[in-house]
Design a protein around this ligand. Structure first.
Ligand code: UD1
Length: 428
């Protein structure tokens, strides 16, 4: 397996292009199932999760062609055409690899009245159930059977609109039901829906496809179902988590970096946190400029929340930064019960962190020291890269297939800003 070698201590300076958002691209690719027309998605990032989703969709009968940009790092354009669904199954092998595979469930039932999707099972972040996806589809009139580890859904006479209340905010749950409701008969109201920019991006694309949706960007989405949807051409929104991650990279290395394409309005909570920490962030014509102004950064407490609160997907990166703060910070993870797997690895680099349930206390240390560490999930792995950039000496991060799921050309982008980072290829 590939590993990443980092020689810490370099100050990052330069520009970084922010890729299209993985978490917007995945549901958008599934939205292609809803139409016999052609869905063109621009700004597709180069990521393992995108390849996994493409593989799953092809298995279902979606014809996909991908056009590369002018350079290896340029975004791709994908064309998705679903004349007919030839298979209704999302197998365990793919769903286990990528939980977001569950996003084919709503579109499949809506388009052809039938789906068989593996239950995702446990994952590194805890139990992560999909009960709200299932309950919502039942409210839309689907019959659901759980058998042999699979969700068997059927709605031979089509779905019908309903009022669906989410007791907890769920991003993919909202997306699944939003897509299904577009082809249901009558009106659907999704109450306490997720407001994440990725949900908004999906809703905007669905509107281009002919869907009628009001309340986009709010906690109540109202959908008037249509008989059919048409094709569309849509550019995927910039990845706010990738932008936030590179902002932390600038901060932790005393650097100054312009994040080209970053959308300021999507990372307000991260910007306000960085400003409290002692990092200056300003809007530019092309994105966002991030600069660590002083020698010291302050410890600042964090509580993760659904959007527009501080994202759970930025928690591990912020923790890496807090390891080197002047003072302590308390990090309260409220979204996932088991999202501190990066803690023991950060401690191997010299961090001082204690965990009590879903609360971590980080006491800043003067310096971190390079060591071999292991990535355990996507955001945990990038937090180790950030810590390695600031640590004295060499850090080797293994199991970086997690990193490749969510960060497009990460080592090239960091190296172009002066980081000493390279991929150590596994022996063939
Ligand atoms: C999405 C993101 C992920 C991010 C997460 C929270 C994608 C592909 N992934 O994941 O990167 O970390 O949002 O911002 O967009 N829950 C239930 N029942 C359900 C569904 C969820 O209890 O049926 C709970 C979960 O256990 C969790 C919370 O709701 O505690 C939020 O999870 P959810 O928003 O659904 O996460 P994902 O959509 O899987």
């Amino acid at each position: 397996m590939d590993r990443i070698l980092i020689r810490g201590g370099a100050t990052l300076k330069g520009e970084i292009d922010i890729s299209g958002a993985k978490n917007a691209a995945l549901p958008l690719m599934c939205a292609g199932i809803l139409t016999e027309g052609v869905l063109k998605l621009r700004n597709l990032p180069h990521l393992a999760d995108i390849d996994t989703m493409a593989k799953l969709l092809q298995q279902l009968g979606v014809a996909i062609s991908v056009e590369d940009g002018p350079m290896a790092t340029s975004p791709q354009t994908g064309t998705f055409s679903t004349k007919a669904i030839t298979d209704y199954t999302a197998p365990y092998e793919l769903v286990r690899k990528m939980r977001a595979s569950i996003l084919v469930l709503g579109p499949l039932v809506a388009r052809c009245g039938k789906a068989k999707v593996s239950l995702p099972g446990g994952c590194a972040l805890g139990t992560r159930p999909v009960d709200l996806h299932i309950k919502g589809l039942q409210q839309l009139g689907a019959e659901i059977d759980l058998q042999d580890g699979y969700i068997h859904a059927s709605a031979p006479n089509g779905l019908r609109g309903a009022e669906i209340f989410f007791p907890v905010v769920t991003v993919t749950g909202t997306e699944n039901l939003l897509m299904a409701a577009c082809l249901a008969k009558g009106e659907t109201r999704l109450i306490n829906a997720a407001r994440e920019p990725e949900v908004t991006d999906l809703a905007e694309c669905l509107v281009k496809m002919g869907a009628e949706i009001s309340g986009i960007g709010t906690g109540t989405l109202v959908i008037q179902g249509k008989e059919s949807l048409n094709g569309a051409d849509h550019a995927i929104v910039a990845d706010r988590i990738v932008a936030g991650t590179y902002a932390m990279a600038a901060a932790i290395t005393h650097g100054e970096v312009e994040l080209i394409g970053a959308r300021v309005e999507h990372i307000q909570s991260v910007i306000s946190y960085l400003e409290q920490v002692g990092v200056s962030v300003s809007k530019t014509e092309d994105g966002l400029f991030v600069k660590r102004s002083g020698a010291d950064i302050r410890g600042v407490d964090i509580t993760t929340e659904p959007y527009p609160g501080f994202p759970t997907d930025m928690q591990a990166q912020a923790m890496a930064l807090m390891c080197l703060a002047n003072g302590a910070s308390v990090i309260n993870e409220t979204i996932f019960e088991n999202r501190f797997m990066h803690v023991p690895e950060l401690c191997r680099l010299g961090a001082n962190i204690t965990v009590n349930g879903t609360v971590a206390t980080v006491r800043g240390v003067a310096e971190l020291h390079g060591a071999p560490v292991m990535a355990t999930d996507l955001r945990a792995s990038v937090s180790l890269v950030l810590a390695g950039l600031a640590a004295k000496g060499e850090t080797i991060v293994s199991r970086i297939y997690h990193l490749d799921r969510g960060y497009d050309h990460v080592e090239q982008k960091l190296a172009a800003c002066g980081a000493s980072i390279e991929r150590l290829k596994a022996a063939a």
